[in-house]
Ligand binder design. Structure first.
Ligand SMILES: N=c1c2ncn([C@@H]3O[C@H](COP(=O)(O)OP(=O)(O)OP(=O)(O)O)[C@@H](O)[C@H]3O)c2ncn1[C@@H]1O[C@H](COP(=O)(O)O)[C@@H](O)[C@H]1O
Length: 103
């Protein structure tokens, strides 16, 4: 179904996204949605609420067999989950390590 980049580019996109999130966390640029999550501009628990919302939206898309919507909501979910990891000073290596340990 994927019509994206190469497998190598797809692996890198998570690293690139996480590096962007970390940079927003440290630099807090004006107009950045990511920065607004770190400054709690949208409320103390905004990122947690978003994870809940996006999970529900992904579930509904799956129930409707709407694969395009499922992919879109999953991307929203992964992005917000990575923001949460960064907020808690965890990173992709922690996530990869946990997944690797399960093999
Ligand atoms: N991947 C994402 C990403 N996925 C989702 N979102 C934002 O998450 C929000 C999703 O919320 P909703 O779907 O409920 O949409 P909404 O109603 O507009 O949201 P609210 O304004 O109500 O919070 C939207 O504002 C999206 O723009 C993201 N915002 C940023 N990124 C990545 O982060 C990078 C940096 O973004 P900035 O921090 O905005 O510069 C971008 O280049 C992207 O790569």
């Amino acid at each position: 179904m994927s019509d994206g980049g190469s497998a190598e580019e797809d692996a890198d996109v998570l690293d690139e996204l996480f590096a962007t999130i970390e940079s927003r966390k440290h630099e807090l640029p004006e107009g950045s949605y990511t920065a607004s999550l770190f400054t709690h501009e949208k409320g103390e628990n905004a990122v947690l609420e978003k994870i809940g919302e996006e999970s529900t939206e992904a579930i509904l898309a799956a129930k409707d067999e709407d694969l395009e919507e499922l992919t879109y909501e999953s991307a929203d979910l992964v992005y917000h989950l990575l923001v949460l990891l960064s907020m808690k000073d965890l990173d992709l290596e922690d996530l990869r390590g946990e997944l690797r340990d399960r093999f």
